[in-house]
Ligand binder design. Structure first.
Ligand code: NI
Length: 153
């Protein structure tokens, strides 16, 4: 496992659309391992592959309930609304309020190539939406309601 460099807002790679993974090969497994290590080392709750410069549809999330590894994730159901402060490892020292669904269900593939479904409410719903957005070149700052602010404000 290795810690990878996290790209910062302004890097063009963060604005590109990531390609689906056809097969979960060794390379993708190493990517998943490295992404988890990088996320934990940076004290984040989620990380998407484009943030480490890899334009593949892969995300890792851990909001405190264990590691989720999602390959080719898609939102298949969403309900309700919540507005909460978000931050992003690619936008250090900043936070801003974003409106998201209260509950989402995501279909994805796990590292064994098996189809899985994950339903998340609250913080997990936010993390799922936030990380999936990265796969389409969307950064939360695009959706901030009001001002982007410093972390301590
Ligand atoms: Ni982010």
């Amino acid at each position: 496992m290795a810690i990878r460099r996290i790209l910062k807002l302004g890097d063009e790679t963060l604005r590109k659309t990531s390609r689906p993974v056809a097969e979960v090969d060794k390379r993708i497994k190493v990517l998943l391992d490295d992404m988890a290590e990088t996320m934990y080392a940076a004290d984040g709750v989620g990380l998407a592959a484009p943030q480490v410069g890899v334009l593949r549809r892969v995300v890792v999330i851990d909001v405190g309930d264990g590691l989720l590894e999602l390959i080719n994730p898609e939102i298949i159901a969403a309900e309700g609304k919540q507005t909460n402060a978000e931050g992003c490892l690619s936008v250090p020292g900043r936070r801003g309020d974003v409106e998201r669904p209260e509950k989402v269900t995501v279909r994805a593939m796990n590292r064994r190539g098996k189809e899985i479904e994950v339903t998340g409410e609250g913080l997990l719903a936010i993390a799922l939406c936030h990380e999936l957005d990265h796969l389409d070149g969307i950064v939360y700052v695009d959706k901030v309601v009001g001002e982007l602010r410093g972390e301590e404000e």
